[in-house]
Design a protein around this ligand. Structure first.
Ligand SMILES: Cc1cc2nc3c(=O)[nH]c(=O)nc-3n(C[C@H](O)[C@H](O)[C@H](O)COP(=O)(O)OP(=O)(O)OC[C@H]3O[C@@H](n4cnc5c(N)ncnc54)[C@H](O)[C@@H]3O)c2cc1C
Length: 341
């Protein structure tokens, strides 16, 4: 095998697809099915004005691919959506900065109320309007990537949790918890929140990755959701978007958490409901469903796509934080190019 990719989330399968164009590639996933961790728990948005500058570049460069993927999809994986960043808690300068740095347009309170009809009159003085955003079908995208990877001859093994790694000559020999062994010249660590745990098996640098829990929930509302855009407080206190007759909402929590299966934080949910009800007429009261996932950050907040400085034949592909879906296509192409060097 030329390359083994550890982790079958969106990062792992997108990069595996790119590499399989001219290499023998195997994806090893520890769970019984793919995409059950962070990838399966996202808010499913593409927002070009979201994230630090490097993230915004990869996000922007991914847009065309998501709208018109170069492989078969079962239906569109991206639909038009608009995004409104609202100035709350006196953070109006942050809104101005965002509008300066991105394609989002500065709008006043009256215009913000027109663009987001559920805003409570007089609550918001300034906002930034980004009408280039997209609503994604994450599982559709992940499934299409996996199918296209297999069509290129790529292999996927699930229930294959890598437990140890040994360098024998120019090959890595990986052993999974069930005792199976796999060999490859190059190994890519796309293990998300488990990035440093997996890295330690290879004697690689310790990146000090920070998995941070984010809670997300659905709440029914009697308000009309017609024309309601994805709306986010610029202070990272909440975001919401319409989903059928409900609102998908997050407190935007970012609490440190060990790699694993986080549970939604009830206190954060209560705080988000209060924050949303303060600036809108949505009148949220109850929660129909809630979940949480880990967004994993490198210390500088940027994705890590590079060879390790210590371990031969070992490549990092981690730190996708809260943007791993929206920047997946361009980041995978960038990493694949580096893996050819
Ligand atoms: C609530 C929430 C909302 C979000 N909203 C958005 C959004 O709107 N837009 C966006 O772009 N991003 C969003 N994100 C972020 C996005 O979901 C992540 O950046 C992305 O899913 C990361 O994908 P990944 O493949 O790196 O990680 P994961 O999906 O976690 O995949 C890593 C995989 O590695 C496997 N693994 C770990 N250790 C081993 C091992 N030893 N052996 C084998 N396999 C192993 C795991 O089982 C896992 O399947 C959100 C995240 C959360 C939590």
């Amino acid at each position: 095998m030329d390359v083994i990719v550890i982790g079958g989330g969106i990062s792992g399968v997108a990069l595996a697809y790119e590499l399989a164009a001219d290499r023998e590639v195997l994806v090893l996933e520890g769970e019984r099915s793919l995409a059950v961790h962070t990838t399966g728990r996202s808010a499913a948005t593409w927002i070009g004005s979201y994230g630090p500058p490097i993230v915004r570049e990869f996000t922007t460069a991914s847009r065309e691919f998501l709208i018109d993927p170069p492989f078969d999809v079962d239906g569109p994986v991206a639909a038009p959506m608009s995004c409104l960043w609202v100035g709350v808690n006196g953070r109006d300068d942050d809104v101005r900065r965002l509008a300066d740095e991105t394609q989002a347009q500065l709008v006043d309170g009256a215009e913000a109320e027109r663009l987001c009809p559920v805003l409570r009159p007089g609550e918001v003085r300034i906002a930034a309007w980004d009408e280039t955003a997209l609503d994604l079908d994450v599982m559709g995208l992940h499934h299409a990537y996996t199918r296209a990877f297999r069509a290129r001859g790529g292999q996927v093994v699930t229930s294959a949790r890598v437990a140890s790694a040994l360098r024998e000559g120019t090959e890595w020999v990986l052993t999974t918890t069930d005792g199976a062994t796999y060999r490859a010249d190059v190994v890519v660590n796309a293990a998300g929140a488990w990035g440093d745990v997996v890295g330690a098996m290879f004697g690689a640098e310790r990146l000090r990755l920070e998995p941070r829990r984010r809670t997300i929930f659905q709440s029914p509302t009697k308000a009309s959701l017609e024309g309601v855009p994805f709306t986010a407080g610029i202070d990272d206190g909440f975001y919401f978007k319409a989903e059928g007759a409900s609102v998908l909402c997050s407190p935007q929590d970012a609490t440190l958490h060990e790699p694993g299966d986080p549970k939604p934080d009830e206190l954060e949910i209560a705080r988000a409901i209060e924050a949303v009800n303060e600036v809108t007429t949505l009148g949220l009261r109850s929660v129909s469903t809630a979940w949480a996932g880990l967004r994993t950050f490198a210390p500088d907040g940027n994705p890590v796509a590079r060879w390790d400085a210590k371990a031969d034949g070992y490549f990092w592909y981690v730190g996708q934080a809260g943007y791993g879906i929206q920047m997946a296509p361009a980041l995978a192409q960038y990493a694949a190019a580096l893996l050819h060097t």
